[in-house]
Design a protein around this ligand. Structure first.
Ligand code: NAP
Length: 284
């Protein structure tokens, strides 16, 4: 069969990556906008990473999403970094233009668009409690810090990671009140407006409830970045006590829409992408 050289290839690189829902939403968007492109999964081991990233142009790959565990590792292969990706220290989107590889981070834009446009939650002057200090937490903190919240309090079981994130945030957002909690109890959830889970806890059935139910209160918005299962134990507890809650599917959608725009310069067809994600999540 003759190769279609005008067909653009996009994809997600990660390890593991085979359960990613991104191909569903991007392929649905390409189809809807009649863009001659395909989005694939590139599951690459750490040993395969360098060869793969050095051959993107040659392989005709026009853009990538980057997922666990490569969001930081890819940076050394890039020619240029967006301001936001630099500030966050992680990349989830790469645009390939000739031999140039440009890195972006759309996770930050993803959570903010979901919070503001859909959930009508404005972080300005709000008290935020956040669990986790990994790649996703970094993007979430930068996104929220730009919106001038009253405070952000962080907790991670790895105190060194939490301290390092806190230090980086204080350097870049001097006016925001950042705090470090030693325990979940230290997050002051009773007076917080927004509680975010940016850890993978809740994905596995055997995972414990991350926050004791007694610490939750009705005025909270509980945001779990996990979207599979669609209602983690944390979200079930939030529902029981009458708090507002959401999983991370909205963040996934909006980060994908922002990546789509970077690659194609076209506005993403949100409804089509959302429908594809919702169908996909049912099959996980
Ligand atoms: P990560 O880099 O592994 O970071 C997770 C952090 O949480 C680590 O520092 C980890 O510490 C810490 N942690 C683990 N268990 C904890 C606990 N019980 N209490 C406090 N801290 C704990 O992962 P990530 O890339 O940031 O992703 C986090 C989650 O967000 C994943 O489930 C990912 O799928 C999800 N995510 C969703 C979206 C979306 O669009 N919805 C986007 C990005 C990420 P240790 O390293 O010591 O375990």
């Amino acid at each position: 069969m003759k190769k279609d050289n005008s067909r653009k290839i996009y994809g997600v690189i990660g390890f593991p990556a085979k359960h990613s829902l991104s191909p569903l939403m991007h392929n649905a968007a390409f189809h809807a906008l009649k863009i001659n492109a395909e989005y694939k999964i590139f599951e690459k081991t750490p040993e395969e990473l360098a060869v793969f990233l050095n051959s993107l142009t040659q392989e005709g790959i026009a853009g990538l999403n980057v997922t666990v565990p490569y969001k930081e590792k890819v940076i050394s292969f890039l020619t240029k970094l967006s301001r936001e990706a630099k500030l966050i220290g992680a990349v989830n989107t790469i645009k390939v233009s000739g031999a140039k590889l440009e890195g972006f981070n759309t996770d930050a834009e993803g959570i903010l668009a979901h919070l503001k446009k859909e959930l009508k939650f404005n972080p300005k002057n709000k008290k935020i409690a956040l669990i986790g200090a990994g790649g996703a937490a970094k993007a979430v903190c930068v996104a929220l810090a730009k919106e001038k919240p009253k405070s952000i309090t962080l907790y991670d079981i790895d105190r060194i990671k939490a301290e390092s994130l806190l230090c980086q945030l204080k350097e870049n957002f001097a006016k925001i009140d950042f705090n470090l909690a030693d325990t979940i109890e230290g997050l002051a959830i009773s007076s917080a407006d927004l509680l975010i889970n940016a850890t993978p806890i809740g994905m596995k059935e055997e995972d414990p409830l991350l926050v004791p139910e007694g610490l939750l209160q009705r005025n909270l918005l509980v945001y779990d970045l996990v979207y599979n299962p669609d209602k983690t134990k944390l979200l079930q507890a939030a529902e029981r006590i009458g708090a507002k809650f959401t999983n991370g599917l909205g963040m996934l959608l909006y980060q994908g829409a922002a990546s789509f725009k970077i690659w194609t310069a076209k506005k993403a067809p949100l409804k089509i992408m959302r429908d594809a994600l919702e169908e996909g999540v049912k099959k996980l």
